[in-house]
Design a protein around this ligand. Structure first.
Ligand code: CA
Length: 602
């Protein structure tokens, strides 16, 4: 087992330690700041996680449209040997697809030749997996200059040469003796690589960092939870935040991890970050006596050059239920009440769909997109939820709260079409009986929620939002952010379906928990096409054009087999040969109509 180096630059060590397979070289990519801002306006490439800085996941491509999508078939399959679950959105530039498997293993796939150019496996120590609350997953890479940036599960941020996969630099971004992990895709803004971390269930202290893309030097760090107030705060915003906490929260970390969304408005020069739940979940042990506990469960607008806070908006003040607000933030320019507004949209775990003025942080509207009972509404005057009395479990009370800790929306990417004006949001209804853990004592580096799960002994709380449907917990809803109403909704038996992409071809593609890719008409939600892919769970679809043809691509699959040794990508031995092994699926018009046929002729 290799210990990760804590030195900022450990290039030689890592290059030697990592499994690195090179079969060919990718063309030099040279992704510039201007290219990231423009985000491939013709839609041929997909340069950053959510396709553009606004994280719309909308493609102007329309060769595949609602009229011909019934002809969609498999153009190619790459069968990986990855374990864990696929959650990454692959990027496409210069005919090469760059993506991640589990643990932060990176691949470069030659789309014309249909073969892997190189693979890089971070070789994450086996013991790290127990620190990952929710799987050994990874959501993808960032492209910038001639490099590919990835966060490994053990908290390393690594810059790889895009042509070869060779390590340019690597930096350990989290304390290795605390139970942090890293699953998010880095984002690059004006030469800085932005990255957060995970670990809220182990009550670590959350933060987001900016590293120099060229050297890996730390440029700034913004903590989402104040430290010990008897010591100097790391940055001025924390003095204000500390007034919203009680007790000795810093001994427990506090949570607030930044593990998914980062959007950027280049005109306003603000980056938007979502923060995680409280750690421990139970506020009575985290901050006895109450308090909002800034900056938990919040949207933060941060100046990317300096790391200074422009504004903040807290979706769940004094979080008590694991109501993370790291869910995707999408920017749009819309007309509300006859007035053009620059807005930010988020559907955090707590079940409300928020529309904020992204220049000021002012709340414009918030309505329930899922069934929920922890609050009655969001008060537009105060910007705060009106909680249901009884939602704050304490003592020996066990109360059924919806959503549960999985949230009404989790990591699964939504998309926003400026053509339809709708947000395509994959979510789920859920509930959990929350209660306070008796005789809770904080212990470092273990599951640390302060919550017990038992039979509800309190009256049911009144719920709001769309009524649950018997036997169906998952949904895809087309949500109008201007009117805060749903245009259409489809239900699935299971929740935790994959992500979406919307296209100018009046299409929305959705990967499902039961391993299908489905195409709906974007305006009406008509089911136009679907294909079962023989895997468990799907990541998020994306689309690109190559040599005049449009393709849809998605990673899918989930395999859990610790006995086989847990490694992310290339080089692992002794794998279970499972039909569920994760795969990259690429679809085009008039492709193969089944996985079997595509694999046979691959
Ligand atoms: Ca959590």
């Amino acid at each position: 087992m290799r210990r990760t180096a804590s030195l900022p630059l450990a290039t030689a060590l890592l290059a030697a330690a990592a499994v690195w397979v090179v079969q060919g070289q990718a063309p030099a990519p040279a992704v510039t700041d201007a290219a990231l801002r423009a985000a491939s306006p013709d839609g041929k490439e997909w340069l950053t996680y959510g396709r553009d800085y606004a994280e719309t996941r909308f493609s102007p491509l329309r060769q595949i449209d609602a009229g011909n999508v019934s002809r969609l078939g498999l153009a190619r399959i790459w069968q990986t040997n990855a374990l864990g679950a696929m959650e990454a959105t692959p990027l496409v530039h210069n005919g090469v697809m760059y993506g991640t498997l589990s643990y932060g293993a990176v691949f470069a796939f030659d789309l014309r030749a249909g073969r892997i150019l190189w693979e890089w496996d971070p070789n994450v120590a086996y013991a790290i997996q127990q620190r990952a609350c929710c799987g050994v997953v990874n959501r993808g890479v960032a492209l910038y200059g001639d490099r590919v940036y990835v966060g490994a599960l053990d908290g390393r941020l690594v810059a790889l040469e895009a042509r070869t996969g060779r390590v340019a630099w690597s930096v350990q971004t989290v304390p290795t003796d605390e139970w942090y992990t890293m699953t998010m895709a880095p984002r690059v803004i004006k030469g800085k690589v932005m990255i957060g971390n995970s670990g809220g269930e182990y009550a670590v202290r959350g933060y987001v960092s900016a590293y120099d893309a060229a050297t890996g030097a730390l440029a700034w760090r913004f903590y989402t939870v104040p430290g010990d107030p008897s010591k100097p705060f790391e940055h001025p915003e924390l003095a204000m935040a500390a007034r919203t906490w009680n007790g000795e929260w810093w001994k427990m970390g506090g949570g607030g991890t930044v593990w998914d969304t980062i959007a950027y408005d280049s005109e306003a020069d603000l980056m938007y970050v979502g923060t995680g739940n409280g750690g421990p979940w139970n506020r009575d042990v985290r901050s006895p006596g109450g308090g909002d506990n800034l900056f938990l469960s919040s949207v933060l607008a941060i100046r990317p050059d300096t790391g200074r806070l422009a504004w903040h908006y807290q979706t769940t003040p004094g979080d008590h239920w694991d109501y993370t607000a790291v869910q995707q933030i999408t920017l749009a320019d819309v007309t509300i009440d006859g007035r053009p507004r620059k807005v930010l949209m988020q559907a955090p775990k707590n079940g409300f769909f928020y529309v904020l003025d992204r220049l000021t942080g002012a709340l414009i509207s918030a309505k329930p997109y899922a069934n929920l009972n922890w609050a009655r509404e969001i008060d537009l005057k105060t910007g705060r939820p009106v909680e249901n009395p009884g939602a704050r479990y304490s003592g020996t009370q066990f109360v059924s709260i919806s959503p549960g800790p999985g949230g009404a929306h989790n990591w699964h990417p939504m998309s926003y079409s400026p053509v339809t004006g709708l947000v395509y949001l994959p979510g789920q209804n859920s509930s959990l009986n929350y209660g306070a853990m008796a005789n809770y004592v904080f212990r470092k580096n273990v599951w640390n929620t302060g919550v017990a799960f038992g039979q509800a002994n309190q009256p049911a709380l009144p719920a709001i939002g769309p009524a649950p449907v018997e036997g169906k917990s998952g949904f895809l809803v087309a949500w109008d952010p201007v009117t805060q109403t749903e245009r259409w909704r489809v239900w699935y038996e299971a929740g935790f379906n994959g992500g979406t992409v919307a296209t100018a071809g009046n299409l929305v593609f959705h990967g499902t928990a039961d391993g299908r890719l489905i195409a709906y008409s974007a305006d009406r939600g008509a089911l136009l096409w679907e294909m079962p892919l023989g895997v468990r769970s799907m990541a998020a679809p994306m689309t690109y054009e190559l040599d005049g043809r449009q393709y849809i691509a998605i990673l899918g699959g989930r395999v859990s087999n610790p006995a086989a040794g847990l490694r992310g990508g290339a080089g692992a031995a002794g794998r279970e040969q499972s039909p569920f092994l994760p795969k990259l699926f690429i679809f085009g018009l008039d492709g193969k109509t089944s996985v079997e046929e595509a694999l046979a002729t691959n």
